[in-house]
Every structure is written in structure tokens, then in C-alpha cells.
Design a protein around this ligand. Structure first.
Ligand code: HEM
Length: 410
């Protein structure tokens, strides 16, 4: 009570509370909670990622060990890693459904074009999180999927080679690539994401919820209040989503393959499931036509998505009463889902081996990394001994990690 009085004498709490209690439009349904669920997942990813970062080490010599250690030794490590891993997939699904909800009700139409544009940018950031995070465990699938991904980026006209070089940090995927992906995943993208969410939510509050298209002007101001009704529904949705994710994290271990082997040209590379549709698309455009699958279709698709509010100026009615919009949306959704299914069940893509290093080294460290390390006399040896091995007594759980440089060994 005293605190409330203290605060209300100093802050416009009454106005703030009145603002929160303002009624929303009528007929707001559960689909309107998808944006809040996306927000919740972003925060959950930030929180679980912050814990994982306490143990993770972004170098080819340690990354795989660190992830094994998190999964097998750290208390609740497997659970937190599970939340982060499955949370990323949930994020892509929820953001995609949120986008479809906005399309369904034509909520991108004037005056909400900017809200939409910042939403599309957020979608790209979410996919960026997925792409950069995939490399971090430094196992076979991480390494080879990144090889394919960077190769796709390199096919873009003019800037392609430059972008691929910046991503790799050199001629091949190695230690610098891992550092870069880690920096992008934990610093650059989170800053960008929270900045974009801030602007997105500012626009959402500024224009107010668009409600459903059938609302009369009167019904736009006579629905339930944002606080407490809508907030309550959103929080219930978050708790259900968390319960589902926690169950999956408990019962479905996150896969971790063998440590990355850049010489293993027989490996069948697979990206994360939400990039499978792009991966599948490449197979229909081989040779000189490759660029259509790697660059033209994805870029044109993204530009059209960004410009959607300016291309579709029709009256705001629900999707099934807009035949053209309904057809375009259905074709896109069926194509994405269909290509994803085909991609998941299809055989190996033939082009990857070509650009990769051949059997020059049997080390798990990429050639450029190894050369650099040897040149600077900094080659690192990593031993892991369990308590048991050290004490020769009962079953030990703790792992001791020693690092000796070549110099120290000699
Ligand atoms: C991390 C990703 C995202 C977060 C955290 C987020 C968050 C939100 C929230 C909390 C709302 C208000 C509640 C609702 O209408 O569901 C909202 C509304 C909106 N979002 Fe998003 N969003 C994200 C991605 C997107 C994407 C990918 C798009 C579309 C390309 C988009 C377009 C919109 C639009 C147009 C609205 C206004 C809807 C209306 O007024 O009815 N958002 N977003």
C-alpha cells in the first residue's frame, strides 16, 4: 500500500492502468494470443540460451565436448538444452501461425503496414537464429548443413561471395566461422530481435488491435479489456505452451551426432526441418538454373511478402471472402509444407562435396584452423577424465577438463 502510494505520487500509474484496461475490439479469439506466445518464446530462448552459454565454448576443439557435458553431466543441462532446442522449432511454428492469423483477418492492411514490415523482419531474424544456432554443437549435421547453407548464400549475384566469406570468416568453415555464428547467435541477433520486437509492439499498441474484419465501428471499442482479461488468456496460453515444451524436453532427447569431420564427404547433409523446403527447391534447379532455387525464388518471395500490404489494397474482409488472396495463401502454404515433406524424405543432394576440402587431414579441426593453430604454436589438447578415472574409486559423475598447449606438453 505504502509502495503503491509512493509510486503513484511519482509516476502516472492511474493513466497507465486506465490505458491497460481500455476495451479491445469484440470477437478477439485465441488466434490473437499467437503474438504474445511468440514473445514468450523469445524470452524463453534468451533465458535458456543464457544458461547454456555458461558451459558452452565456441571452438571446434571444445564445442562438441561442451554440448555433451551439458547434456550428460550438468544438473538439468539436458532439460535446459531440450527447452532451447524444441523452443526454437516452436518459435518458427508460432511465428508462422501468427503471420497466417494476420493474413487471415487482413490485419496487415492500412494503417498497419509498418507493423507488418517489422513482423517480416522479425521472421527473418527468427530464421537467422535457427541457421546460426544449428552450427554450434559442431557435430556432423551442424557442420554439413552449414556448408550447404553458406554455399547457397554464395550463389547470390554480386554480393554472394562476399556474404559467404563474411559468414565463414575465411575460405572454409572452421574456428572463425564458429566464433562468428556464436557471436551472431548470442549478441547480434538478440539485440536486433529485441529492438525489432520493441518497434513491432509499439506499433501494435499505437494502432490498437485490428480485431476481426466483421466488427462494426461500435464493436471496435466494446470488447473485453486488455488487462486483466486478455492478459489472463495470454498467460494461460504461455503456461500450456511451456508445459508442452517441458514434456517434450523431458522425454525427447536432443540429437547430437559425432563430432564434425570436414573430410567426411559421404555425409548426407540435412538442414533443420524449417529450411527443408528451400533445400528441396534446389533439387529442381540444377546447373546454370541453380540460382533460381538458391536466390531468385527465395528473394522474390521475401520481397513480395514485405510488400504485401502495398500490393493487396482490397477491402478488409476475412480471407475466405477474398478469392485471390485465399488462392495465393493456400498455394504458398501447400508448397512450403509439401516441399518440407519431400525434403525430409528425399535422397542426398549431389552438389555439396564439390566445394569441400578433400581428405587432407583426419583431424576434426578444419584445415585452415589447424594451420593457424600450428603456425602460432597454440594447438590445444583436450583431455577429459572422470572422477572415477582420477581416483579409481566409485562411479564419478564430474568431468575434469585439462587443456595443455603443445608447448606445455614438450
Ligand atoms: C518474434 C516474432 C514476433 C513477435 C514477438 C510478435 C508479437 C506480436 C504481438 C504481441 C502482437 C499483438 C497480439 C496479436 O495480434 O497477436 C502482434 C501483432 C501483429 N503482428 Fe506480430 N510478432 C512477431 C512476428 C510477426 C510476423 C512474422 C508478422 C508478419 C509478417 C507480424 C505481423 C503482425 C501484425 C500486422 C500485427 C497487428 C495485428 C492486429 O493489429 O490485429 N508479426 N505481434
Amino acid at each position: 500500500m505504502i509502495i503503491k502510494q509512493f509510486l503513484s505520487e511519482r509516476l502516472p500509474l492511474t493513466e497507465f492502468s486506465a490505458h491497460l484496461r481500455k476495451p479491445l475490439p469484440k470477437h478477439i479469439n485465441l488466434l490473437f494470443s499467437l503474438g504474445s506466445l511468440a514473445m514468450f518464446l523469445l524470452l524463453l530462448q534468451a533465458a535458456t540460451g543464457a544458461f547454456l552459454a555458461l558451459y558452452y565454448s565456441p571452438s571446434p576443439e571444445h564445442a562438441h565436448n561442451a554440448v555433451t557435458y551439458i547434456s550428460e553431466e550438468v544438473p538439468f543441462g539436458a532439460f535446459v538444452r531440450g527447452l532451447h532446442h524444441w523452443g526454437a522449432s516452436a518459435m518458427v511454428i508460432i511465428v508462422f501461425l501468427h503471420l497466417l492469423r494476420v493474413v487471415l483477418y487482413g490485419s496487415y492492411k492500412a494503417p498497419r503496414e509498418l507493423t507488418w514490415i517489422f513482423g517480416v523482419l522479425l521472421l527473418l531474424v527468427v530464421l537467422g537464429f535457427g541457421f546460426t544456432g544449428y552450427l554450434l554443437p559442431w557435430d556432423e549435421k551442424a557442420y554439413w548443413a552449414t556448408v550447404v547453407g553458406v554455399e547457397i548464400a554464395s550463389t547470390a549475384p554480386i554480393l554472394g561471395d562476399f556474404v559467404a566469406k563474411v559468414l565463414r570468416g575465411g575460405a572454409e568453415i572452421g574456428a572463425v566461422t564458429l566464433s562468428r555464428f556464436y557471436a551472431l547467435h548470442t549478441i547480434w541477433l538478440p539485440w536486433l530481435a529485441f529492438g525489432l520486437v520493441g518497434v513491432h509492439l509499439f506499433f501494435v499498441r499505437y494502432y490498437g488491435s485490428s480485431g476481426t474484419p466483421q466488427n462494426t465501428p461500435e464493436e471496435m471499442k466494446t470488447g473485453k479489456p486488455f488487462y486483466p482479461d486478455q492478459v489472463f488468456e495470454d498467460v494461460v496460453g504461455m503456461l500450456i505452451l511451456f508445459a508442452v515444451l517441458a514434456s517434450v524436453a523431458l522425454f525427447l532427447p536432443v540429437p547430437l551426432e559425432d563430432v564434425a569431420d570436414p573430410t567426411n564427404a559421404d555425409y548426407d547433409p540435412r538442414p533443420e526441418w524449417y529450411f527443408l523446403f528451400l533445400f528441396q527447391l534446389l533439387k529442381y534447379f540444377q546447373g546454370p538454373l541453380e540460382i533460381i532455387g538458391t536466390f531468385v525464388i527465395p528473394t522474390v518471395g521475401m520481397v513480395l511478402l514485405l510488400l504485401l500490404p502495398f500490393l493487396d489494397k482490397s477491402e478488409r474482409v476475412v480471407l475466405w471472402k477474398r478469392p485471390i488472396a485465399l488462392t495465393v495463401t493456400s498455394v504458398c502454404v501447400v508448397a512450403i509444407v509439401g516441399l518440407t515433406i519431400l525434403g525430409a524424405s528425399s535422397p542426398k543432394l549431389e552438389t555439396q562435396e564439390a566445394s569441400q576440402p578433400t581428405a587432407e587431414t583426419d583431424s576434426t579441426v578444419s584445415p585452415d584452423t589447424e594451420t593457424e593453430a600450428v603456425e602460432e604454436g597454440e594447438k590445444v589438447f583436450d583431455f577429459q577424465l572422470t572422477e572415477e578415472e582420477i581416483e579409481g574409486t566409485e562411479e564419478g559423475e564430474e568431468v575434469f577438463d585439462f587443456q595443455l598447449t603443445e608447448e606445455e606438453l614438450q
